[in-house]
Design a binder for this molecule. Structure first.
Ligand SMILES: [Zn+2]
Length: 436
């Protein structure tokens, strides 16, 4: 089991020195980083993040001749655009905003039309098998609808970038396109390809453009479908809401309960629906592994995944939100317990956001935001410093996996750059495309 993660040998706490010279005598490079005054470390992380951003843009945009083969936020070009938008927020450098808009525009063209027409035209031109499979997967998963893997992400980020650029016409174009996205009847409920991922895009637009931009007349029926589906499957298990994705009752953030509950807590719910969300989360806490980790699905008996997508990290972020929404001790305590699992087993041998160290660091940032407890900030800092100090070397030596899409936001170093930018103002940090 330990081959999935590095044993966490970092100290439980390291006090910061008052000035940079105080850390100079420390030989261990990781300890030295942890001892730096926070503003000095934040400046270092920012510099590294902006350098990484340049590398990522060169590799995902420049070298491809500004062509988009995978438009998604998860592994494709939209992830680069999202990172550029984050960099713009951190530095107010208009070049980043302009390049973000340019990449979104290319993603808009690449994602226009249905999955069917895309896969058909690809097969007619018989491009590589990978591209064919990709087109087929789009068709299979009705992937237009979500923020992370679909066109909904393209239209919402496009609208927000246009708003920041003061381009009203472009803003209206993307909002109109967004409202034309149709949810097929058989669309799943989870976050990456389903209804929850569509609702998240709506929430993101309303947060950045204005309340009611996507009205509840559009989101309400989608919420209703999720609750209806959840209650229908719940009759077969002792949990008030349950969902399936390709026949499996997942629990994690990407495909299961944690992700769906996370989004539902931001929607307008009736009291009985809110109670079902509360009781579903209580069911998960009651039925977690004795280690404090969470199964990846209802029938999963192997306690091995500590990822955002499957396991304690994704659930922890949902429990933090539950503590905010419902109050009381239960969810706060459970979120802290999940955080403990992440500290002990979450220093994964992967770099990314979805199932890597970068994503797991956000558990501590979320707990820090909720509690103000500096020990959580230290833990987030420790994971970030581990990456800053070790990741390039570990990846080049093959001891750490750099991701199948090594420059991507969710699997590659894009996620690490995003985390470093979030560390500049840790109380404002949000897990990308998941925490609002
Ligand atoms: Zn994952």
């Amino acid at each position: 089991m330990a081959d999935r993660f590095f044993i966490n040998e970092m100290p439980e706490f390291v006090a910061e020195t008052n000035d940079e010279t105080g850390a100079e005598g420390i030989e261990d490079s990781l300890l030295k980083l942890l001892s730096l005054p926070y503003p000095t470390l934040a400046a270092k992380l920012k510099r590294t993040a902006l350098d990484l951003k340049e590398t990522i843009v060169t590799n995902t945009w420049g070298f491809s001749g500004r062509c988009v083969s995978d438009f998604t936020l998860y592994t494709g070009s939209l992830g680069t655009a999202f990172l550029l938008f984050k960099a713009y927020q951190a530095t107010k450098n208009k070049n980043d905003l302009n390049l973000c808009a340019e990449i979104v525009k290319a993603c808009d063209s690449a994602s226009s039309g249905s999955g069917f027409s895309l896969s058909l035209s690809l097969s007619l031109h018989s491009f590589s098998l990978t591209v064919l499979i990709y087109g087929f997967m789009r068709l299979l998963y009705s992937s237009d609808v979500t923020f992370i893997c679909g066109r909904a992400g393209v239209c919402s980020l496009g609208a927000i970038a246009a708003k920041h650029a003061g381009n009203e016409q472009l803003l209206n174009h993307y909002l109109t396109q967004f409202k034309e996205i149709k949810l097929p009847k058989n669309v799943p409920n989870e976050l990456l390809y389903g209804r929850a991922g569509f609702l998240w895009a709506c929430l993101f637009i309303n947060k950045h453009i204005g309340k009611g931009t996507i009205p509840s007349t559009l989101t309400g029926p989608v919420v209703k479908e999720i609750i209806k589906d959840g209650r229908r499957l719940a009759s077969k298990v002792s949990c008030p809401l349950m969902f399936e994705w390709y026949g499996t009752k997942y629990w994690g953030a990407a495909h299961g309960l944690a992700g769906i509950m996370h989004v539902l807590m931001d929607m307008e719910l009736k009291p009985d629906e809110l109670q079902d969300v509360n009781d579903t989360l209580s069911y998960m806490i009651k039925n977690r592994f004795s280690s404090g980790n969470y199964p990846s699905s209802e029938d999963d008996g192997t306690d091995c995944l500590v990822h955002w997508c499957h396991g304690a990290p994704g659930v922890a972020l949902t429990l933090v939100k539950a503590a905010e929404v419902f109050g009381g001790r239960q969810f706060l305590k459970a979120a802290g317990d999940a955080g403990e699992v992440v500290w002990n087993r979450g220093l994964l041998k992967r770099v990314g956001i979805c199932h890597g160290v970068s994503g797991n660091a956000y558990v501590f940032l979320s707990l820090y935001r909720l509690t103000g407890n500096l020990e959580f900030l230290y833990r987030a800092k420790a994971f970030a410093c581990f990456l800053l100090d070790m990741a390039p070397k570990l990846i080049s030596e093959g001891k750490m996996h750099g991701g199948d899409s090594p420059y991507s936001l969710f699997e590659g170093i894009g996620g690490m750059a995003y985390l470093f930018l979030d560390m500049i103002e840790p109380s404002e940090a949000r897990f990308p495309a998941y925490e609002l």
